[in-house]
Design a protein around this ligand. Structure first.
Ligand code: HEM
Length: 425
């Protein structure tokens, strides 16, 4: 075990997380192409087939792929309990998630083609297998810290989201959204995405950004508070929609998210190393966007701001501004770290490149600005779709394509080093 409290000797084979990390940005590319193809009409309402397909390309295709890869890597290392048969499990889950997401998107875009039931048959077992294996791994873990607990609760959030998604998919989709849709969205975005990013942050932010650790009370309380307030919100949405209880639980969730974002930003200001770091900038952008989404939600709930485009703005700030930026920051740190770790293990003679040489800042820094521009254009497209949708789609295409290109470049560098070593040995 290392000084960071990680059991690095338990890390799975490189291909296990990497297959998820390398396919995730491709779903972002597909989402951008879809938006470009359908143009401003796709943004006419939240429930157009384009929007539903776009949302799931981002939530399942990009975010969930990257997050499953991170969990497969981090669970054994953090908890000290390896996932059984990691290559087989990751191969099966990856295959089912990838094909299932493509089928779901086809189902939204072309109802009546039979793609929807196929999607449910692929995604249901694929994600159930993942949740089962990961929870079993956590159960066996000798070490149960706040990161592992938060991750366990996030997995329950994913299971609830998928069960509700399948329920919505099986039920007759008449175009009128029921309260169950709100519950599905709540568990997906908060119980799965925001919960897991919290769990990852407890570990990754202090370790890679050299900040002081998060306060113990936040690490202990974040996951249970979010989980139980989400339960309360779900009950309020289903039993007493539009009443005070909905606003009460909503405000409690907003407070938990604002504390998480605010404390992360404060911790980053207190970091020990003051050198500029692009992954830090991605995380800062993520936390600032989360704060902006929370403030906008509070203003909407208090009826200070109104309008049917508000939900689009929450979506862009949360999904692209917060979740996608945090995942970019995570990938740009974890991928070079893993490649470096596996190079170390191969006992290669001579000087090994460091993490920055595997993925230099000159490749990632310009990408940060393209990503910021893509978020800004997406915000504008929410407000005035006609001129800005194409700009947003083009910038998103460039941004996700850039991410894929940078990750592939780092992997190519790693492979070249291994080949050169095999040649010499
Ligand atoms: C097996 C996986 C999933 C299935 C089958 C599924 C299915 C669905 C369906 C059928 C709807 C439309 C509901 C309606 O028209 O009333 C929907 C909406 C939505 N789902 Fe999922 N879903 C899945 C996973 C997820 C995940 C993991 C997330 C988030 C991380 C998510 C986030 C959303 C969001 C945000 C919407 C609303 C879209 C919008 O406002 O445009 N879904 N989902």
């Amino acid at each position: 075990m290392s000084a960071t409290g990680l059991q690095l000797d338990q890390a799975p084979p490189l291909s296990v997380p990497l297959r998820f990390f390398l396919t995730a940005p491709l779903f972002g590319v597909l989402a951008a192409v879809l938006l470009f193809w359908h143009g401003p009409t796709g943004l006419a309402s939240r429930w157009t087939p384009t929007m539903l397909a776009f949302t799931h390309l981002l939530t399942l295709g990009f975010l969930t792929s990257a997050m499953l890869g991170a969990l497969l890597q981090m669970l054994p290392v953090l908890a000290g309990a390896p996932v059984a048969r990691p290559r087989l499990v990751s191969g099966v889950v990856h295959g089912l998630l990838t094909t299932g997401t493509l089928a779901l998107v086809t189902g939204f875009l072309a109802p009546g083609t039979g793609a929807f039931p196929v999607a449910l048959l692929l995604l249901g077992p694929g994600l159930a297998l993942f949740v089962g294996v990961a929870l079993e791994c956590l159960w066996r873990a000798p070490i149960g810290d706040s990161t592992a607990r938060t991750m366990g609760i996030a997995l329950v959030g994913l299971a609830i989201t998928v069960a509700l998604g399948i329920g919505l998919g099986v039920g007759a989709r008449t175009g009128a959204q029921s309260s169950w849709t709100g519950v599905h969205i709540g568990w997906g975005l908060l119980g799965w995405v925001a919960m897991l990013i919290g769990g990852v942050a407890w570990q990754v932010v202090p370790m890679f950004q050299l900040t002081p650790p998060y306060p113990a009370w936040l690490r202990r309380a974040y996951a249970p508070v979010l989980f139980f307030t989400l339960l309360g919100l779900s009950a309020a949405l289903l039993l007493a929609p539009g009443r005070l209880a909905e606003k009460f639980f909503g405000a409690a969730i907003a407070a938990a998210l604002a504390l998480f974002a605010g404390i992360t930003l404060l911790r980053q200001r207190q970091r020990r190393r003051r050198l500029p770091d692009v992954t830090l900038a991605f995380w800062r952008l993520a936390m600032t966007s989360l704060l902006a989404a929370v403030l906008l939600w509070l203003a909407g709930a208090a009826e200070i701001v109104r309008g049917e485009r508000l939900a689009f703005l929450y979506g862009v700030l949360f999904l692209l501004g917060f979740a996608a930026s945090a995942v970019h920051g995570m990938l740009y740190k974890i991928v070079p770290f893993l490649l470096w770790l596996h190079l170390q293990r191969k006992n290669i003679r001579g000087t090994l490149p460091n993490m920055k040489e595997l993925l230099p800042d000159r490749r990632t820094r310009p990408h940060l600005w393209v990503h910021v521009a893509a978020i800004a254009a997406a915000v504008l497209a929410c407000l005035v779709p006609a001129p800005f949708t194409y700009l947003a789609a083009a910038l998103l295409l460039l941004s996700f394509g850039w991410l894929e290109w940078n990750l592939l470049a780092a992997v190519r560098r790693y492979r070249r080093l291994i080949r050169a070593h095999a040649h010499v040995a």
